[in-house]
Design a protein around this ligand. Sequence first.
Ligand code: TEU
Ligand code: CA
Length: 560
Amino acid sequence: MKRQWWHGKCAYQIYPKSFCDSNGDGIGDLQGIISRLDYLKDLGADILWLSPIFVSPLADEGYDIADYYNIDPRFGTMDDMDELIAEAKKRDMYILMDLVVNHCSDEHEWFRRACEDPDGKYGRYFYIEDFKDGKGPCNWRSYFGGSVWEPLPGHPDKCYLHAFHKKQPDLNWENPKVREEVCQIINWWLDKGLAGFRIDAIMNIKKALPYRDYPADRGDGLSSIVNMLHDAKGVGTFLTEMRDRTFAPHGAFTVGEVFDADPEELPAFIGDDGYFSSMFDFAPAIFGHSGQGWMLHSGITPDDYRNCVFDTQARVKDIGFISNIIENHDEPRGVSRYIPEGEACPASKKLLATVYFLTKGLPWIYQGQELGMENLPVSCIEEVDDIASIDNYKVAVASGIPKEDALRAISIHGRDNARSPFQWTGGKNAGFTTGTPWLRVNPNYVSINREDEAADEDSVLNYYRRLTRLRKDPAYAETLVYGDFVPWLQDRPGVMAYLRRGEDKTILVMGNFQKEPQVIPLPETGDGSYTVLLNNYPDLKKVPEGLAMEGYQAVVLHLR
Ligand code: TEU
Ligand code: CA
């Protein structure tokens, strides 16, 4: 694997709408981000991915773009964006924006002109078809529920395809003019000084054509669009063209949101000459998921989590650099998902931080994760913003599931969980805004907030600061960035442990991933002595059989 400038960095995802509001309108904005760059630098964040801030009606919170060349006034101005790029550069930080090009907004000029003339140039930017007997060409279900086919405004005999929300018409990537438009957007932003992009929903750009029905997977007679995607071959042709015309000439960093890639395609996606620099590991995030909706999702135990992470590490090895997360803006909070219910506490949150952060690949922190922020309680459907949650709720209630059970599923799987305002202080609105926050603040901000944790040496926040510093420590960086990943005791219940083995050092990362204490043997290496590099407890007890680990104790040892 060719070495890259970003391999030794730490990355951070900002959800701008909920990060920091600078002007009291209750919505996070660019000036808010600029005001927090020193906080992020001190945390150890080098690469910053901003979820979309382009002009948008926010039907899908900005993932429905109406103008790729302008900043939505709710987030600020293009001058603010230029200032952010410049201020980040001064701090050796790198800005990524979110490339959302599987679809645009139905309020984009392209779609407006397609509605004026469905058979004209812009009609061919989209998948516009004739209804037949009042039905669309196939029975695919959108990610957000219902048919992917929606009547084309002004043309009741025609319909357009949307994999996501009806306000997100899919762009037709088979049309070279669409691909040209996308390349222009990318190059325009890279020329402005962006370091690169996170690439949204990119596996959706290739459809299996001609359209055909798939076996209905629910009572509505529809079939999840994911079933079609399994048949859609050839996305690589589009991705190669995009890379060669944009990312490669600029030396840009890119990280793909790639679901359902075939394992043998990994080198093509993130190898030395891959379509992208990296891609996210979603194996833990989708573990136990059912295509039948959230009500049928099964849980994930610490051992399941460990096995997912280890499977990915075994699959990726030295093919490329995977991007490791425990959460993002689409997923529940990692500490609420991966730590058994009722056992999320500073020790277990630090354990989870340790065991994911030091695996091989690029570590990502999602805003608020460094504080140990947790899922957002839900008391009624009216307070829910997330359109995926609202769809899952409607489907569940329509199928006869009690409302309180449907609501509980949102509290576990909903996307609002990660989108509640960043908790800066224990004061009003958690210091996020002086106005009314666009989404309610988690009531636990009084005990989980940056101000209090910064002052507490033993806080989750200060533990993350130690983690990022350890990974960049000149004495250990070579081993932690490039060392082989070697599982240790991978079948032992309640243990998540692995070696990072470099040329001249071996580092053991070991977590007792349960609340009960247990003695865990050490691997036999060297003279059996070690240096403690990190420990989420004040001390570490060595016994003849190994280490007597407290509940949720995690350690990082340099084995001599
Ligand atoms: O998400 C794409 C994606 O993750 C879907 O495959 C997923 O199943 C869907 O989010 C339902 O939960 C990206 C963005 O991360 C997400 O926020 C957007 O809603 C979506 O694309 C459309 O742009
Ligand atoms: Ca604001």
